[in-house]
Design a protein around this ligand. Structure first.
Ligand SMILES: [Zn+2]
Ligand SMILES: [Zn+2]
Ligand SMILES: [Zn+2]
Ligand SMILES: [Zn+2]
Length: 450
């Protein structure tokens, strides 16, 4: 049976999952939802739960884990060790998980997972991660660990099959292993999308899929806002394959991601392929011999600035970061088109910083520059576009631009109901904002009539 736009192809609970370290104090270890009144496990004091039923659900695996954590508490192992520990407990319980659909094409369990063992053995970074994990596991579990070869097998499966569990706004909260969804391959031009409600994974169609079996479904494992070479590097480094999707082969979007502004007419953009810059689409001019070195100089400058901006972001001084983004944007705005990948990264950083600083007019200038490139580089119905429009709608509401906010929020709602579903809290938030927007428009109308 064919699947249509927004249909849920499959939902799945994790086989095992764990919260990220930074979320352990604010999210429930079982359902992963954020909660103000979490209660600690009284035995280990490490994991926290929002309710007795959540704690009970987690107990099948936490029971054994709890005794190990007590040995090292208050030191909590890193996320990868926590996930490995849970996989080992399942392995000891001889529980390999069940398929998430009764349809035969989705039939598998953890024992069937791909390992990429050879590639991992030749990957020094992964091998050193494995030794560190082994070292901590020995401290935690001691003599009751399975043989090292079995642990390595589990490690390999974990390394190439994990899903990052995100909240509705795509912030990572944890990591999990999902049995049937791990069958789905990657494409940089996906026809389906994964979002989460709590820890439950939902796979939804982004277009009509005639026969929705794993062979015909593709999701994107990585952020699509990157050049082909960078996406390919990331995919190989993390999953050991080379993507051959149409976007990776035709390089069309890369030309735009490398584009610069025409220095002659100042209206058109000059796209760039492997051989260099193409003539301006508006005036037909090419870059001259003085423009080219200047563009190269600015490209170097912008790359260096991006590195330091990303570093600044870690120190979390939003006001300082925003000022640096504005300076950087000012310096490069005559050279790079707003479709240029470097420019987009600055705009993204600037948007977050301006929201943190509650500088709404600045934030709006960023969202309005980001929307067209997002629509070009992400699939039409992608959570990234839905969220950007929702942010824009909120900003416009703060600025009392109710009419503009209405348009942004309506467009955002249309996308979010496809990517997250109408039952998702994020969709309800977007509808509340829409309501608020209409209320403000009614009040303005009454005020002007009176
Ligand atoms: Zn819970
Ligand atoms: Zn415990
Ligand atoms: Zn690709
Ligand atoms: Zn031109």
């Amino acid at each position: 049976m064919a699947t249509h736009l927004g249909d849920v192809i499959m939902s799945a609970k994790p086989y095992v999952h764990t919260l990220s370290q930074s979320n352990r104090t604010v999210n429930c270890s079982s359902c992963v939802k954020s909660c103000d009144a979490l209660k600690k496990c009284s035995k280990c004091g490490v994991l926290k739960y929002c309710s007795v039923s959540c704690q009970r659900e987690d107990w099948t695996v936490h029971k054994e884990e709890c005794s190990y954590l007590q040995r090292v508490s208050p030191n909590i192992p890193v996320d990868s060790v926590m996930l490995m520990l849970r996989l080992i407990i399942k392995h000891k319980q001889r529980d390999f998980g069940k398929p998430d659909s009764s349809n035969d094409t989705w039939n598998r369990n953890f024992a069937d997972f791909k390992t990429h063992k050879k590639e991992i053995q030749q990957d020094p970074e992964r091998m050193s991660q494995f030794s560190q994990i082994m070292f901590t596991l020995q401290k935690l579990v001691g003599n009751s660990l399975p043989p090292a070869t079995e642990i390595f097998d589990i490690f390999c499966k974990m390394a190439v099959n994990s899903f990052t569990i995100c909240d509705g706004e795509l912030n990572p909260v944890g990591v999990g292993i999902f049995i049937s969804p791990s069958l789905i391959d990657h494409s940089c031009e996906p026809n389906a999308v994964v979002t989460f409600t709590g820890k439950t994974l939902y796979l939804r169609a982004l277009e009509e899929i005639k026969d929705p079996n794993p062979e015909n479904i593709r999701i994107s494992y990585i952020d699509q806002l990157a050049l082909t070479s960078d996406r390919q590097d990331q995919l190989y480094k993390q999953y050991y394959f080379t993507c051959v999707c149409t976007r990776c082969s035709d390089g069309e979007k890369d030309k735009k991601m490398r584009s610069v502004k025409c220095q002659n007419c100042c209206l058109g953009n000059l796209e760039k392929d492997e051989d260099g810059f193409l003539p301006c689409k508006e005036c037909g001019c090419s870059l001259n011999s003085t423009d080219l070195p200047r563009i190269n100089k600015y490209e170097n400058y912008i790359c260096r600035s991006l590195e330091s901006l990303k570093l600044e972001k870690k120190f979390q001084d939003a006001a300082k970061l925003l000022q640096s983004c504005i300076d950087c944007q000012q310096k490069q705005k005559d050279y790079f088109s707003s479709y240029n990948i470097h420019c987009l990264q600055i705009l993204d950083l600037g948007l977050d910083a301006s929201i943190d600083c509650e500088n709404w007019s600045q934030a709006l200038s960023y969202t309005s520059l980001l929307i067209a490139p997002y629509r070009l580089y992400y699939p039409h119905q992608s959570p990234q576009i839905g969220l950007l429009l929702m942010k824009q709608g909120k900003i416009q509401l703060f600025l009392k631009l109710s009419k503009e906010a209405l348009t942004s929020l309506q467009q955002s709602g249309e996308i979010i109901q496809i990517t997250h579903g109408r039952d998702h809290p994020l969709y309800r938030d977007s509808q509340d904002l829409l309501e608020q927007c209409m209320e403000e428009m009614r009040m303005t109308l009454e005020f002007s009539n009176s």
